[in-house]
Design a protein around this ligand. Structure first.
Ligand code: MLT
Length: 242
């Protein structure tokens, strides 16, 4: 488990790397793909997003931009998963750039398998890991501008706890670092009040100031979406049939 993209080892290519941004980018991506989006294409940079998406038919694209939790002017969407209804996204490609989550995905794009996980699709991600064991598995929190974030760590813990239970092994047998053991302890402490944890987290507080409590409640749901966002080409995620 790595708390932020800045922590991941350089010069190592893992078998599988999972980006986590519970509030809200990977929850939004999972929701868009579950609602029938053709793909999600991620960008660190807003200008690059605009440039690349110009080449896509306008009726087949949605452009989502978020900075500091707020929607960026001139984009179709911000980063609320609640906007990703099937009416809005079905058959379309979501071009998205967010403060931290899309940057985390870009930082792991050379892994052999790249997944996006959130609490909502935790059990589907665990099911994939059980079926496709990885020798080296990274779970990378998006954090906030280089610093630790509580909700991404709790999701990493939820994934590891689910994996340990499915494989019938102890968490310590799976954990590659102390962060992994700490993440599971955090999840076990908060698993019955994930909404409470998200509301207490610093980015949860930021979203509450932006009147986004409905998003927090949605993002705190565990195992509600059966969708596996998997990278098909660098920066492009699709839903793999599960
Ligand atoms: C991010 O990438 O930092 C976020 O997903 C922020 C947000 O929109 O809540």
């Amino acid at each position: 488990v790595y708390h932020t993209p800045e922590e991941i080892p350089t010069h190592t290519i893992p078998d599988c790397a999972i980006a986590v941004d519970v509030l809200r980018a990977t929850t939004t991506m999972s929701t868009a793909l579950a609602a029938g989006a053709e793909a999600v294409q991620v960008f660190s940079n807003l200008d690059e997003l605009k440039h690349v998406s110009e080449q896509w038919p306008s009726e087949k694209r949605i452009r989502a931009g978020e900075r500091g939790g707020a929607a960026v002017e001139g984009f179709d969407f911000g980063n609320s998963p609640l906007g990703c209804t099937s009416d809005a996204v079905s058959g379309r490609r979501l071009f998205i750039s967010t403060t931290n989550g899309t940057r985390a995905l870009k930082s792991i794009e050379s892994a052999k398998t790249v997944l996006a996980a959130a609490l909502v699709n935790r059990s589907t991600v665990v099911g994939h890991l059980v079926q496709n064991p990885a020798q080296t598995l990274w779970i990378v929190g998006s954090g906030w501008e280089g610093s630790y974030s509580l909700e991404d760590t709790v999701c990493a813990g939820a994934i590891l706890q689910g994996l340990a239970e499915s494989l019938g092994v102890s968490v310590t047998a799976l954990a590659g670092n102390d962060e992994a053991i700490a993440a599971v302890a955090l999840y076990l402490t908060w698993k019955d009040d994930l909404v409470g944890l998200l509301r207490n987290a610093s980015h949860g507080q930021r979203l509450l100031r932006l009147n986004c409590d409905d998003d927090i409640v949605y993002c705190a749901q565990l195992d509600t979406l059966d969708v596996l966002p998997i990278q098909r080409e660098p920066g492009v995620l699709v839903a793999q049939a599960v």
